[in-house]
Design a protein around this ligand. Structure first.
Ligand SMILES: Cc1cc2nc3c(=O)[nH]c(=O)nc-3n(C[C@H](O)[C@H](O)[C@H](O)COP(=O)(O)OP(=O)(O)OC[C@H]3O[C@@H](n4cnc5c(N)ncnc54)[C@H](O)[C@@H]3O)c2cc1C
Length: 375
């Protein structure tokens, strides 16, 4: 019933503007506000915090159904349920929830995670942004790359001390003195990104989210982000599959509809099997998580499968739609560009495979060179 009601909402409210929304770089704030009213933000968060008290699976279904009618609007569901917002909702104090979480759940503000640094991408724990004690608060110095430069608030990964045990996070607003945004640039998807800089930014104690030792907690929360990322990949692949299926039934060449050519039928058969398999892996991770964070192994497998399958299905659907697929008359080319990014963001395909190898062999494989003297 929930799935069908989200589908009905998306068909009625979002389908008409889908093409224009995809080509507008700004975040769809109007959609986020509409979703807040409809109860699609904070689905998994407790009612006491302004959420709906639902499950991770509910949030997955919401992304899928919204993306069926407006792929870009699925971002509002993802931002309002997965990732930074989820870490904030889980680990934030009552005061932080009032100041930072509440405006997000009302659809009035946007949060971004500021984790990646120029010298720390896949090697996240190499991050160098420092948090140095100043009275009861901290002074933040450093730089980040790739976050959304238009967010209102940032969940910033910082280093209070050496090694992984020294990592934690703080909340920061874009208007904080010492916080600045560098040159805005574009991803292949058309979305903006920019470096951000912290020049002796003062963070009061009440804005510290996780102190030293918080990294593992953040990564547990980050698994929820990965489910959101995986769901959008899958949903975009499915969107393109559906578009290509409709096209193959209506477009004729050589006097026959495209769907009668075996060369194309087999593409659809391969896509269908992979999309269904990816969906089952995703649902496994989400269902087992229930109202908590998803398990690392199931999330890794689901993200790998959904990222690869979503992009492959979008790309193959574009091919099936020929020249039209390559134009901006449909959203298929947009879905190809967007789903490509999720193979890198939130744990690249290669890093996920490294993690999977550790799960398979039940041992850790350090990616670092051994320190001198170590074997
Ligand atoms: C669309 C998009 C949105 C993003 N949004 C954000 C955001 O909001 N906030 C934020 O902080 N960051 C964001 N990022 C950054 C993202 O988290 C990083 O791009 C990602 O962690 C990879 O880091 P890197 O780009 O530095 O690549 P690198 O770590 O330099 O890796 C380069 C290549 O080498 C591979 N590689 C690296 N190490 C290994 C290894 N040990 N074994 C095998 N292969 C390896 C990688 O998989 C990759 O293919 C975003 C990125 C994208 C593409």
């Amino acid at each position: 019933m929930f799935r069908d009601s989200v589908a009905a909402f998306a068909r009625k409210e979002l389908a008409a503007g889908a093409l224009a929304r995809a080509h507008t770089p700004e975040f769809p704030h109007d959609v986020a506000k509409l979703m807040a009213k409809t109860g699609l933000l904070g689905i998994t968060m407790p009612e006491a915090d302004g959420g709906a008290g639902g499950t991770l699976m509910d949030a997955v279904l919401a992304i899928e159904q919204v993306a069926r009618y407006c792929p870009r609007s699925a971002d509002a569901v993802a931002e309002g349920n997965f990732g930074a917002i989820r870490v904030l909702a889980h680990f934030g104090s009552a005061d932080q929830k009032r100041r930072f979480l509440a405006p997000l759940l009302r659809g009035e503000e946007v949060i971004a995670v500021a984790m990646t640094e120029p010298g720390a991408g896949s090697a996240t724990t190499d991050l160098e942004t420092t948090a140095t004690a100043d009275g009861e608060g901290f002074r933040i110095n450093g730089a980040k790359v790739f976050p959304n430069p238009h967010a209102d608030q940032y969940l910033v990964y910082v280093r209070y001390g050496p090694r992984v045990e020294g990592i934690g996070s703080v909340m920061m607003r874009r208007d904080t003195p010492g916080f600045s945004i560098g040159k805005i640039s574009k991803f292949m998807s058309g979305a903006d990104w920019a470096p951000i800089f912290f020049d002796n930014v003062y963070v009061p104690p009440q804005d510290v989210l996780l102190r030293a030792g918080g990294f593992k907690k953040q990564i547990a929360g980050f698994n929820a982000e990965r489910i959101g990322n995986a769901t959008r990949s899958l949903a975009y692949g499915q969107y393109c599959f559906d578009a290509a299926r409709d096209y193959a039934m209506t477009r004729s060449q050589f006097g026959r509809p495209l769907c009668e050519f075996q060369g194309l039928q087999w593409k659809f058969a391969d896509m269908k099997v992979k999309l269904d398999a990816a969906r089952l892996l995703l649902y496994r991770a989400a269902t087992n998580a229930d109202k908590g964070f998803p398990a690392a192994d199931e999330t890794t497998i689901a993200k790998l499968m959904c990222n690869q399958t979503g992009f492959d299905a979008a790309n193959e659907s574009l091919q099936i739609m020929g020249g039209l697929g390559y134009t901006q008359e449909t959203l298929v080319e947009y879905c190809v560009r967007r789903s490509r990014g999720w193979m890198i963001a939130g744990g690249s395909i290669e890093m996920l495979k490294n993690r999977l190898a550790e799960i398979i062999f039940e041992r850790r494989f350090s990616q670092r060179l051994p320190k001198s003297g170590e074997k």
